[in-house]
Design a protein around this ligand. Structure first.
Ligand code: AMP
Ligand code: GLY
Length: 415
């Protein structure tokens, strides 16, 4: 089979890696890919949002299966364009991807189908939003309604902070056309429950936990994710069953009922609150960096799964028992502004899997080329062993402009 992967981060590197393990795969292309992916796939210089060029490339190269990584490609309608051309593609249509691209769509869907989530109201007027926030207890949870690369959420501890965020989101048009969802503040450990979904069929993946804050102790600004691990000792089998039966399955069914059946990965960002498990957000794609710790634990052939989802067929998932724990190396300054082009050395000394998130080849050298740069994934019989392996390898990597967290997995070790 000839396979094309769309995207160029750590998630896509892990997808390419999983495809490379399949005996059914003859050749992999990745658009645009990155310096790490280039070792396992032929990188093609087409951007993730250049829908027509991607479609024409797939048709011209007789690609049997295309797998979409990033949300921007979904929101640009890449799946719709491929389907219209009769090309097999793994991912949701633009209409189904609204479960991620529009917070209001997701919240309305959950309200209509009684899927447990935080209470909320949506606003377009700055003054109304501020009045509402002022009338309620702090902290206030403010979510910009649209894609904002994981940075569209502000947890405001004071009214001044809430005011500044609402101005940004509704008056300054910093993100684009403005709408804001104001949510009740929930507490408890968060976890990511990704499922392969094809209409009403739902195949759950192993659970993972991301670490969104930039610094140790869950301090600092929210990022796209600074580390992840799998499995999760604090989520019981009963919790998992509840999340599947009360959240993921009813959501898949709701999408069918709404006339936009979901195909691809439905990602539940869930919180285990004192009042039960609730949805914090849905994503319409594999999580990053969760995918990099979950797919290595997948025993089944991923091609069978992608094809079953795309073709509406049946399949089964099997998982390895070992644990994985990954640490992100990010550019100093991330998630704010940062420099690119710093040389990375010592990758050959690393025994763990290294997924490239934002790198560029420059002759024989590998340079930093993004906010999140590398993801080192340790493996072990236990999470403690996986963490020791990851941290042992992280220090082998030499680069003067990277930082990382040393406490990834702390929820698993403290509780
Ligand atoms: P999101 O992009 O919606 O996942 O939000 C980013 C992060 O903000 C989440 O991972 C949570 O840590 C936090 N967050 C979002 N919504 C809430 C909420 N309703 N209550 C408490 N924390 C939240
Ligand atoms: N790791 C969170 C996300 O992929 O949105």
């Amino acid at each position: 089979m000839k396979v094309l992967v769309i995207g160029g981060g750590g998630r896509e590197h892990a997808i390419v890696d999983a495809l490379a393990r399949s005996a059914q795969v003859e050749k992999i292309w990745c658009a645009p890919g990155n310096a790490g992916i280039a070792a396992q796939a032929e990188c093609v210089a087409i951007k993730e949002t250049e829908v027509e060029r991607l479609r024409d490339f797939a048709a011209a190269n007789e690609i049997d299966l295309t797998v979409v990584g990033p949300e921007v490609a979904l929101a640009a309608g890449v799946v719709d364009a491929f389907k219209a051309a009769g090309l097999r593609i793994f991912g949701p249509t633009k209409a189904a991807a609204r479960i991620e691209s529009s917070k209001e769509f997701a919240k309305d869907l959950m309200a209509k189908y009684a899927i447990p989530t935080a209470g909320y109201r949506a606003f377009t007027e700055y003054a109304e939003a501020l009045d509402y926030v002022a009338s309620r207890p702090l902290p206030a949870v403010l979510k910009y309604d649209g894609l904002a690369a994981g940075k569209g959420v502000v947890i405001a501890e004071t009214l001044e902070e809430a005011d500044a965020a609402l101005k940004d989101m509704l008056l300054d048009d910093k993100f684009g056309e403005g709408k804001v969802v104001v949510e009740d503040f929930l507490t408890g450990p968060e976890f990511s429950f990704m499922c392969f979904v094809s209409g009403r069929k739902v195949w759950p993946m192993a659970l993972a936990q991301d670490h969104k804050r930039a610094f140790d102790g869950d301090k600092g600004p929210n990022t796209g994710g600074m580390g992840a691990y799998s499995p999760l000792p604090f989520v019981t089998a009963e919790d998992e069953r509840y999340a599947l039966e009360k959240i993921l399955q009813p959501t898949a069914d709701a999408m069918v009922a709404e006339g936009c059946p979901f195909e691809g990965v439905l990602y539940g960002g869930l919180m285990k609150t004192p009042q039960g498990i609730k949805v914090i957000e849905f994503n319409a794609r594999f999580g990053d960096p969760e995918t990099e710790v979950v797919l290595p634990r997948l025993k089944s052939d991923i091609v069978d799964i992608f094809c079953a989802v795309a073709d509406g067929a049946d399949t089964q998932l099997e998982w390895h028992d070992f644990a994985t724990l990954g640490v992100v190396l990010a550019s100093k300054g991330y998630p704010g502004s940062y420099e690119k082009g710093h040389e990375i050395k010592g990758l050959d000394r690393v025994g763990s899997a290294v997924y490239h998130m934002g790198t560029k080849a420059d002759g024989g050298r590998i340079l930093t080329a993004g906010g999140r740069v590398l993801f080192v994934v340790g493996k072990g019989a236990t999470l403690a062993e996986a963490r020791a392996n990851a941290l042992k390898d992280v220090v082998q990597i030499g680069c003067d402009n990277l930082f990382y967290r040393t406490d990834i997995g702390h929820w698993a070790f403290e509780k």
